[in-house]
Ligand binder design. Sequence first.
Ligand SMILES: [Zn+2]
Length: 331
Amino acid sequence: VVHEKEETTEREEEDEEDKSSDEGLLLQAHHAMERMEEFVHKMWEGRWRVIPHDVLPDWLKDNDFLLHGHRPPMPSFRACFKSIFRIHTETGNIWTHLLGCLFFLCLGIVYMFRPNMSFVAPFQEKIVIGTFFLGAILCLSFSWLFHTVYCHSEGVSRVFSKLDYSGIAFLIMGSFVPWLYYSFYCSPQPCFIYLIVVCILGVAAITVSQCDFFSTPQYRGVRAGVFVGLGLSGVVPTLHFMITEGFLRATTMGQMGWLFLMAVLYITGACLYAARIPERFFPGKCDIWFHSHQLFHILVVAGAFVHFHGVSNLQEFRYTAGGGCAEEGVV
Ligand SMILES: [Zn+2]
């Protein structure tokens, strides 16, 4: 670059009038400089090493039971996305929800293309079940994106962590929609009220997750509590359903078994997350695989799939029963 610049000065002395060729040379020098910068950037992007927890900046210090294998701060989105293919503390977190996201995307597309003759009200039902898929896909994609760019910078990690938390609320709200629709098929008024209530609670959860303190390590338990609480608001419609339909009908056609399994999966995930099990008992042994956050991610995908299974059974029941409603009951 310096050499080219010297040449430029020489030329200027020789031929001061020929300005256009000077500009050409300057442009060339500029391009050379850009290529050099790009090369240095690429070298740096590929050359980072994982670092121990104690040298991380404060904003990356989330879980002090994961002793080693952390990505350093990397203020380049390209470097962050390339790190998806490297082994570090976030690899499992990224892939569990990246693959989960692709799975629900495919499942959703297949479901939306099911023939209309297998539904009572195809258009309405596809929107209702589509809401669940939308919630699941938003939750899983915000999550893998957050875990990918978490090490970019303090500002970026803050924005994406808020998206990540909002995604959980979307998944929960989206899960309520088809479940309430089919469970209270013949009593639209309670169905509508429960839907409004879960939306208000969901928006409240999203609002509180926009506060900066919410993402700090001290609030881990509060975070788990907020989302478990949002999910458990489903206890009220569940009891309503059980009282009007009776236990037997609730477990058979109401799919309560699957719903209960889903709750167990989500709550187990939230407990592992809040208590940081198993890494709490084996600090430094679960740095890369099987730490609490990864197990929590797997349990979320499993819970969402169990919910989908329950909902698609409810849909099948509705199809067999036809669109009519009996005098009593909510289904
Ligand atoms: Zn996560």
